[in-house]
Design a protein. Structure first.
Length: 213
């Protein structure tokens, strides 16, 4: 069972998402919070597997919640609830450790796939988000060292990085590459190591910044 915490100051949004998730046998909403302070308290108390976190809230924004929990090293897999028009929050969320971004009017199928993906340790980086990053990569430049990699990626690793940028998970990459999921997992680990980043989102961002993809 994947334990989910909903954080949104709009009751209608929380009720709608909770209603959708109640239809799924493997996902359980274990709590709800209406502001950033309450979110931090409940996250530390309930230790959910996944947090659905609104960007704009009273007291503490979703970004501030991410930053504080990251500093405490208590950040669970978190998906920001936002809109594609909010580029500033999008990039700030990436830097702060968000694992994905969803529109609040997302359908049940995509919502369930997103929650299961981040619960498995994956990141959501769909093509629409990639397009935003391509147009706004300059906003993230201070977070990266502008130098070429000491240990360059292989051609296969570059291909995998490009698939990661398209939002494909390890199983989908394995199918596209005609190899095993275990092999892809090892190759992704190699990519993260070579690029000196801790997750897939940052690997894609650095690949874009360096012109690798």
């Amino acid at each position: 069972m994947i334990r989910v915490l909903l954080v949104d100051d709009q009751n209608l949004i929380r009720t709608g998402i909770a209603g959708l998730l109640s239809m799924l046998p493997d996902i359980q909403v274990v709590g709800e919070a209406t502001d950033g302070d309450a979110a931090i308290e409940l996250i530390e108390k309930l230790q959910p597997d996944v947090v659905l976190l609104d960007v704009r809230m009273p007291k503490k924004s979703g970004i501030a919640v991410l930053q504080e929990l990251s500093a405490r090293q208590h950040l669970p897999a978190t998906i920001l609830l936002t809109t594609f028009d909010d580029d500033e929050a999008l990039f700030a969320g990436m830097r702060a450790g968000a694992k994905g971004f969803l529109l609040k009017d997302i359908c049940l199928e995509r919502l369930s796939v997103a929650i299961r993906s981040v619960a498995r340790g994956e990141s959501l980086f769909r093509p629409a988000i990639t397009e935003r990053v391509l147009h706004g990569i300059h906003k993230l430049a201070p977070d990266f060292v502008e130098e070429q990699l000491h240990d360059p990626l292989t051609q296969r690793e570059v291909e995998i990085l490009a698939l990661m940028a398209g939002g494909f998970n390890n199983r989908e990459i394995a199918e596209a590459q005609g190899t095993s999921e275990g092999t892809v997992k090892n190759q992704v680990s190699s990519i993260l190591s070579k690029m000196a980043v801790r997750d897939r989102v940052r690997a894609v961002l650095r690949g874009l910044e360096l012109g690798i993809i």
